[in-house]
Design a binder for this molecule. Structure first.
Ligand code: GRF
Length: 208
């Protein structure tokens, strides 16, 4: 069996995506291991989830750093110290800075609850609903220096229902997220994601 890759997960909130990823790793579906969870929120439930699974859980307080650059520097060093192969943003509510992007170029993923490039930013579900789209969805993408602009790895559509609220739509979006985030990480772990400019090619097994 191939060697497991090490994941460092950044999460500001409840961490239900983190949970789906941990479960996929523990079941052996994804050849990876979450070694570290970092949050910028001291009481984020994602930190509790990590602890329950024996994963190192770290809160980094932005207020202890003079600049965003310093804060990102701390993030970079803790991820490096733990030999993280892939950084997974799972409901991480801060934009990572350019140094971070450079340090983990092609090795940082994010999940967004809309079909990018439509409705980027922190209110993707609400913005799509308010706009009146009939189809929204989920995007998993590599992180670049923009806001939700990096090369797209996987997308899946979710139909908007007549009476949807932000909550009901987000619930159905979540169900898709729990499936496609682990799937994207699995492709990465298998060395099957090739970034070619804006495009991400998913290689067949054994292709390179
Ligand atoms: C997800 O919907 C994700 O797409 C967005 O933030 C939400 C995080 O949810 N980036 P959770 O903390 O994983 O439950």
């Amino acid at each position: 069996m191939s060697k497991k890759i090490k994941l460092g997960v950044l999460a500001s909130g409840s961490g239900t995506n983190l949970q789906a990823i941990i479960d996929a790793c523990e079941s052996g579906e994804v050849s990876a291991e979450a070694v570290l969870v970092v949050s910028n929120v001291s009481d984020a439930y994602s930190l509790e989830r990590a602890k329950k699974h024996g994963i190192k859980a770290v809160f980094i307080d932005k207020d202890n750093f003079e600049s965003r650059k310093d804060y990102d520097g701390e993030l970079i060093s803790i991820l490096r110290d733990n030999q993280v192969d892939l950084v997974v943003l799972a409901g991480y509510m801060l934009l990572v800075g350019s140094e971070f992007v450079r340090a983990f170029k092609g090795r940082t993923m994010n999940i967004h609850p809309a079909l990018l490039p439509s409705f980027p930013g922190t209110h993707g579900v609400k913005d799509a609903l308010d706009y009146g789209v009939k189809i929204s969805g989920v995007t998993v993408h590599f992180v670049d220096e923009g806001l939700d602009t990096g090369p797209i790895i996987l997308q899946e559509a979710v139909a908007v229902m007549e009476n949807d609220t932000v909550e009901s739509l987000h619930n159905r979006i979540h169900q898709v997220e729990y499936r496609i985030y682990p799937a994207a990480i699995k492709f990465f772990a298998e060395g099957r994601l090739k970034i070619e400019g804006r495009k991400v090619r998913i290689l067949e097994k054994g292709e390179n």
